[in-house]
Structure formats: structure tokens, C-alpha cells
Write a protein that binds this ligand. Structure first.
Ligand code: PRX
Length: 655
């Protein structure tokens, strides 16, 4: 679609809420006023209505040690009890919690009563391995039910988990295990990827035997998934089927303090060292449950919900495990990739389970656009009633495609902005309430306050002026810090615009109607297929290769993945004899150091990098090159001829 036909198409659409939808929607227009009139009262009500407390809280918010928040102070609860047991106690034990769809076509149906037994067994098993409250458990697993059981078992024991995405390398796994000092790792022999088994435990072994460092890991619990051959340490390794299956299927879920740590999740920052974002119990669960109810409009008795994210990312934590299960949802859990064994796999799943709420990422939608409309057209997707998008800005064209070819031109789309740090959705339309605006996340949900600031830190409301997104009031599911590094927490989020504003790191603007448009990161963080990667982390992976002297990495616009990794590399000794082989070797080196998701699309061997007089690399200029644009202002360069040299002498390689 050309820009002209896109905008005329947009004008013809009526995107105001359908009254029939509004009549049954969980979110209401009044919620905005209620929350604005009494911020803490609003959240206290959400906490008491959506969560079952073993002991009620006495103070809603303690902000006296800002920016370290305490929510629902004095309250006690158990997250696993909230996500599992209470549904069984309420008589919903027979309701399906998880429709599991394996990549190979194997399926499992897990009711809430089954889930209670499985989580109890897993909790007993972890306890038998010495895990007790406060101990950290690393989880390095594919999208299978045991992963959910493990996370809930950790929550049941009050042992914070650190889930590490299965696409990360042994090296990345090592750093994360060491930083959190994880005592136990739960993993699988392998994972299914496009019909083939890929090893997983091998990376755990390598992460534990890393250099001369003593590992904190005492036990490794291994689920057999692919029958992949594994090396075995009799002292340390335990098969899930040997240990867990024999455990008693009841377990008492002990309540913990509202501020007890629930999990650590590593995410990329602007330096090479990933940040262990940590979340606590009562506030996190409250906002995860509330947003899943009002933004996804989940009705647990009738909906079949499907969030396609991987549990290794925050979306999987909040919108596969904690939010939907706290609400008693029936959901689909799919192990594989969208094109395995054919490009209609997702739509086949939608048809099969009558999925009514689908939550996915723009990068997936753009991939489906490329594959063609005839693929979704083959399936009956009339069950769909709400669509969600997360992870990066969704361009209006992809939005319209999603609405038409997946949502039957009828389902509202919620474009949800949030971050690992925010724990749950922050900016989004409410279906049934908001008149939608394709491409915009629109406005903060009830209970959340945001502003856009200019360079001097002043809020403004003019349309089309670009500024920085900040959050202006504490919220229940906010991060409580960076694991082991309180200073970095203050510095990263609460210093750019002073202690009053949480700096999100995103550029934003308002449109004429007052909608917020998110414009991408303003720091050295890239967003590739909705995955967050730091330029610094990839640069340090590149310079760890013996032939690399210097490296600069930028995120360049990419039609499918949003951004793509482009690396500029100077070889040692200024070598210019750099065949395709070197380029491939460097790309593979990054995949090995961080994981395949970080593999550069392009590696360009150059002899110089553009630097200011103080030696700072001007990535903005490299981005111009990577995006095939006229190179911008070069006057601050120490040597202004460098850019010409780069453009002339560049050789590049990619898949
Ligand atoms: O830049 C924003 C982008 O993703 C970043 C957060 O990444 P992560 O912590 O990995 O969490 C992703 C899933 C919540 C944000 O700083 N982002 C996320 N959602 C949107 C978005 N950008 C625009 N629109 C969105 N809906």
C-alpha cells in the first residue's frame, strides 16, 4: 500500500468502540477519572479485588525512600496460590489452564487441578534440592509446560527465578547465573526448532565450567524433551522424571511479604553488562492481573487467550504466567516457530482452540504480511475478538493488515507500550473504551501517569514535537531496582530528568488528538524483532575476537525486524585483506558470545571510525551509512574525511 492509499484508507475506517463490545468490556471510561481522583485508592482497590491476600496490607504505597518503592506494605500473599490454588478452591479445577501445543504436534491439556498437582510436585522437588526462600533459581528452558510449573514452583517457595531466554549462548548464561548467584538451574536436554532438536543443556554445562570461576550452581534439574544426548555429572545433575514425578502432589504455599522478590530478569542496558531487573510480589501481581483484565479484556469463563511471546522475556512472565493465571484464564502455550511445519501454523492453532485474544509482536505481523494474505485466509478465525501488539512501535500498515487479516476487520487492537522495568502494560488503549488510532499506543492506562519532556526537562503538549517519555508517578509493578546495583538503578532511570521522573529511554510525541506515539529508543539500545540488545554488549563481543581492534555497532531500520544489527569493524594491524570468511567468522562469533539474536545482519570492515575530538564514536553517522542515507553533519568529527573513507572502502557481508 502506498502512503497515499494508506492514509485515505485510514480516514474511511470507523475505529470507535462497538457498543456491544463496550457493554461487556472489563475496562470503563470511569476508571480514568477514579484513578485520577485517588491514585493510591484506585490501586488499593485493584489489589484487594484481583489478588487474594493471606494478610491484608496496611499502607498502599511507601515512597519515602524514593526511587525505591514499597507497595501494599504489611500485606502477605503467595503468587502461586493466587495463580493456581485459589481457582481450584473456587470450584474451577476442571477449567483448562493450558492447551499445550508442541512443535511436533504433540499436545497436552492441563486443567487448574492438574496445574496445582504439577506445581506442588515441582515445588517439593526444588525444596528437596535445597532451594528455600530467597535462593535464586535459573531457568533455561523452551516453551513447554514444565517451564511454567518451574516458575510457579519457585514463586511458591519464595525463591526468585531468573529465566534466561533459550536463544542466549553459554557465555550469556554464565554471566547471568553468576550475577544472580543461582543455586539451581532448571533446563532441558534440548529444544525443538523447525522440526529439529537443538541442544540446551550443553550450554548450561559450558556456563558452569566457565574459565576458572567457581560456579554457584549446586544442582541442575533436566527435563527430557528431545532425547538429545547429554553429558552427565552424577553429583550435580538430576532428571526431572526421576525426581519430580515421584514427589507428593500437594504442597503448602507459604505467604511471603508483599515486597519479597519474585524474579530477576536480565535486560540490555547502555553498557556491556546486562541489568538484572528485579520485581517483587504484591504490586507486580496486582498490575499484571489488572492489565490482563482491562487491556486484553480477558473473561476467564469464555475466552481462549494466546500470548505468543517466549517466557524468556518479560511479556512471557507477565502475560503467559502471572497475569492470565492470576485471572484464571484458559490459554494456549505453543512451543515452536510460526513456520513449522508450514506458514499457517499460528492460524491453524487459532482455529483449533478458538483463540479469542491474541497478543503478539509487530515483527511477527510484518513477517506474515510478507508471506501473504492467502495463508491466514485459509483458516476460520472468527473466534478472535481482541488483538494486542507489544515490543516495538507498530507501523500503521502492519496495524491495518493485522486488523483486516487476523481480526476480521472487527477486533480492536491494543498497542501496548511497556518495558521489562515497568513489569506490566503502561500505555495502551482500552478495548471497548478508546477510539483507536493505528500506530499509536495512545494514552496511559488508568492508574498510570506519563509526560513528554523537552531537552531541558520541561513537559509540553504541542503536537508533533519530539521529546522524551517519562513516567511521573510510582506504579505497583515497577522494578524495585537492579540486582546488586542500587546506584545504577538511580543513575539509569532517575537522574536524566531529576528524581521526580522515571526516564524510560524512549522518544515520544503527541499527535493533534493528544495520542502518544512512541518513537523508539533514544539511548544505545536496539530493538531487533522486539528483542532488546545493547550496542555496547555487541561491540564488546566483537572486540573479544582476536582479529578485531575496534568495533562500533548501530541499529539500522529494517523492514521486517524493526531494527537490524550493523557492525563497523577495524581489524588488528589495519588489515584490509578481509574476505567473506572473516565477516562470517565475526558474525558467528557474536552469535556464540551472546546468542543468534544478536548476530549482525551486516559486518562492514573499515579502516577508521568517525570520532569526535574527545574520542566518542559518532554512531549517528554510521547509522546514516547503514541506512543508505546521505551522511549528516560531520563538522564535529576530529577528521572529517573519515566518512568518505568509510563509504569508499567499505566491504560488507550478510546472509
Ligand atoms: O522502546 C520501547 C519498546 O521496547 C522497549 C522495552 O523493551 P523490553 O524491556 O524488552 O520489553 C518489551 C516488552 C514489553 C521500550 O523501551 N516498546 C515496547 N512496547 C512498545 C515499544 N515501542 C513502541 N510501542 C510499543 N507498544
Amino acid at each position: 500500500m502506498t502512503d497515499d492509499s494508506l492514509s485515505s484508507h485510514l480516514h474511511e475506517l470507523d475505529l470507535s468502540p462497538d457498543p456491544a463490545f463496550t457493554a461487556q468490556a472489563n475496562g470503563t471510561a470511569e476508571m480514568y477519572d477514579e484513578a485520577a481522583a485517588d491514585h493510591e485508592g484506585f490501586w488499593a482497590r485493584q489489589a484487594r479485588e484481583r489478588v487474594t491476600w493471606a494478610k491484608d496490607f496496611d499502607t498502599t504505597l511507601d515512597w519515602s525512600e524514593a526511587p525505591f518503592a514499597k507497595w501494599f506494605v504489611g500485606g502477605e500473599l503467595n503468587v502461586a496460590y493466587n495463580c493456581v490454588d485459589r481457582h481450584v478452591e473456587a470450584g474451577n479445577g476442571d477449567r483448562v489452564a493450558i492447551h499445550f501445543e508442541g512443535e511436533q504436534g504433540d499436545t497436552r491439556t492441563i486443567t487448574y487441578a492438574d496445574l496445582q498437582r504439577e506445581v506442588s510436585k515441582a515445588a517439593n522437588a526444588l525444596a528437596s534440592l535445597g532451594v528455600s526462600t530467597g535462593d535464586r533459581v535459573a531457568v533455561y528452558m523452551p516453551m513447554i509446560p514444565e517451564t511454567v510449573f518451574t516458575m510457579l514452583a519457585c514463586a511458591r517457595l519464595g525463591a526468585p527465578h531468573s529465566v534466561i531466554f533459550g536463544g542466549f549462548s553459554a557465555e550469556a548464561l554464565h554471566t547471568r547465573i553468576a550475577d544472580a548467584e543461582a543455586k539451581v538451574v532448571v533446563t532441558t536436554d534440548g529444544q525443538w526448532r523447525r522440526g529439529k532438536p537443538a541442544p540446551l543443556k550443553a550450554a548450561v554445562d559450558a556456563a558452569i565450567h566457565h574459565g576458572d570461576d567457581a560456579s554457584p550452581v549446586e544442582k541442575v534439574l533436566v527435563v527430557k524433551r528431545t532425547d538429545t544426548e547429554v553429558e552427565w555429572d552424577d553429583e550435580r545433575d538430576v532428571w526431572w522424571h526421576d525426581l519430580v514425578e515421584g514427589q507428593p502432589d500437594t504442597h503448602e504455599a507459604a505467604p511471603v511479604d508483599s515486597e519479597h522478590p519474585l524474579f530477576i530478569l536480565y535486560t540490555s542496558g547502555t553498557t556491556g553488562k546486562p541489568k538484572g531487573i528485579f520485581h517483587t510480589t504484591g504490586g507486580y501481581l496486582t498490575q499484571a492481573a489488572y492489565t490482563n483484565a482491562v487491556v486484553h479484556d480477558l473473561h476467564p469463563e469464555t475466552d481462549v487467550y494466546w500470548c505468543t511471546a517466549d517466557v524468556g522475556w518479560v511479556t512471557g512472565h507477565s502475560y503467559i504466567v502471572y497475569g492470565p493465571l492470576a485471572n484464571g484464564a484458559t490459554q494456549v502455550l505453543y512451543e515452536g516457530t510460526p513456520d513449522s511445519p508450514h506458514q499457517g501454523r499460528w492460524w491453524e492453532i487459532v482455529e483449533k482452540y478458538k483463540v479469542s485474544i491474541l497478543y503478539t509482536a509487530p515483527t511477527a505481523i510484518r513477517t506474515f504480511m510478507k508471506w501473504g494474505t492467502d495463508i491466514p485466509a485459509k483458516y476460520d478465525m472468527s473466534s478472535i475478538r481482541v488483538l494486542g501488539s507489544v515490543g516495538e512501535p507498530i507501523n500503521p500498515e502492519a496495524w491495518l493488515w493485522y486488523r483486516k487479516h487476523v481480526g476480521g476487520d472487527r477486533a480492536p487492537i491494543v498497542d501496548t507500550w511497556w518495558q521489562t522495568e515497568t513489569g506490566a502494560i503502561m500505555i495502551s488503549p482500552l478495548p471497548g473504551v478508546t477510539t483507536l488510532e493505528p500506530g499509536s499506543a495512545q494514552r496511559p492506562i488508568p492508574g498510570i501517569s506519563a509526560e513528554i519532556l523537552d531537552d531541558d526537562g520541561n513537559p509540553f503538549t504541542e503536537a508533533e514535537k519530539v521529546g522524551y517519555l517519562v513516567l511521573t508517578k510510582p506504579w505497583p509493578s515497577m522494578l524495585r531496582g537492579i540486582w546488586g546495583d542500587p546506584e545504577r538503578y538511580k543513575e539509569t532511570y532517575w537522574s536524566r530528568f531529576g528524581p521526580k521522573y522515571y526516564f524510560a529511554g524512549d522518544g515520544a510525541k503527541y499527535d493533534e488528538k493528544g495520542n502518544i506515539w512512541l518513537l523508539g529508543r533514544v539511548d544505545d539500545v536496539m530493538n531487533v524483532s522486539g528483542h532488546r540488545l545493547s550496542t555496547a554488549e555487541i561491540e564488546s563481543a566483537l572486540v573479544s575476537h582476536p582479529s578485531v581492534a575496534e568495533a562500533a555497532v548501530v541499529g539500522a531500520a529494517d523492514e521486517t525486524t524493526g531494527q537490524a544489527v550493523c557492525a563497523f569493524v577495524i581489524l588488528r594491524g589495519g588489515a584490509t585483506d578481509h574476505g567473506e570468511e572473516t565477516v562470517q567468522e565475526l558474525r558467528n562469533h557474536v552469535a556464540k558470545e551472546i546468542g543468534p539474536i544478536a548476530k549482525p545482519r551486516q559486518v562492514m570492515i573499515v579502516q577508521e571510525l568517525p570520532k569526535t575530538r574527545s574520542g566518542k564514536i559518532m554512531r549517528r553517522l554510521l547509522k546514516d551509512v547503514a541506512e543508505n542515507r546521505e551522511v549528516g553533519d560531520v563538522t564535529t568529527l576530529a577528521d572529517s574525511s573519515v566518512m568518505n573513507l568509510i563509504k569508499q572502502g567499505m566491504s560488507s557481508g550478510s546472509d
